[in-house]
Design a binder for this molecule. Sequence first.
Ligand code: NDP
Ligand code: 8X3
Length: 251
Amino acid sequence: MIAYITGATSGIGEACARKFAAQGWDIVITGRRIERLESLKSEIQRECSVKVLTQNYDVRNLEEVKSNIHQLDEYWSKVDVLVNNAGLAVGKGPFQEGIYDDWERMIDTNLKGLIYVTRELVPKMIENGKGHIINIASLAGIESYGGGNVYCATKHGVRALTRSMRIDLVRQGIKVSVVSPGAADTEFSIVRYKGDKEVADSTYEGYVPLSGEDIAESVFFMATQPPHVNIEEIFILPTAQASSTIFNRSN
Ligand code: NDP
Ligand code: 8X3
């Protein structure tokens, strides 16, 4: 079995790579940070007897997406599961103070990048007569919160695309699902707050957040159902989180 995981250089994507490999899946791991891809590949290959292929590209660049996906040989083209995980939030603040560059990075990565990768890979799934696309959305794709504006819009978009893709692909036998997590302690907040570690850490203060591994469990569960079963969505929160803004921070 082969899983193609975008954004595997940290957080949820890295945890998915480790989980699938530990269960004997061959994996394609992608991301912009080549050193991280190569060291993850070496580590996984030392620990698990699986094949690992790295693809170093930016999901925002359509030409790079096309050339990497078209480079997959006959073996690697038989992708069983695509985990569309690469994504980010950049900034958090009132809409009226929004920064175009931050917004464009989120739209280009979370929406356009996911669209490019899926559009290029899905014909291979159709040719193989099977496949499963698992999109990583967010609680921010279910409810909007103040300051989340464009990030929330991209994640609502991911969930909307998931539903529409499922309709378009049902007759081809391709499953399409979405995992929507709440707060997870990854590099997400460091990226969102542009390297401000203090603010990033305060996101997870006083409660136990999800880990990348918690979410990888859900992704793997979805990916390993029998052929006639499609888990449409998993919405996963830390126990201490009730909504985007309501937390029990008493720990
Ligand atoms: P991380 O910052 O830890 O990981 C993000 C991953 O995405 C990295 O591997 C990064 O790789 C990759 N990535 C980002 N931009 C690009 C790009 N332009 N091209 C290729 N790869 C890219 O964050 P998470 O693991 O938390 O985030 C993973 C997904 O989960 C995102 O879609 C995020 O929105 C979503 N999510 C996160 C939650 C959280 O609280 N952490 C909750 C809900 C959803 P590199 O920098 O090497 O390119
Ligand atoms: C990340 C979770 O609630 O910070 O998608 O938007 S949240």
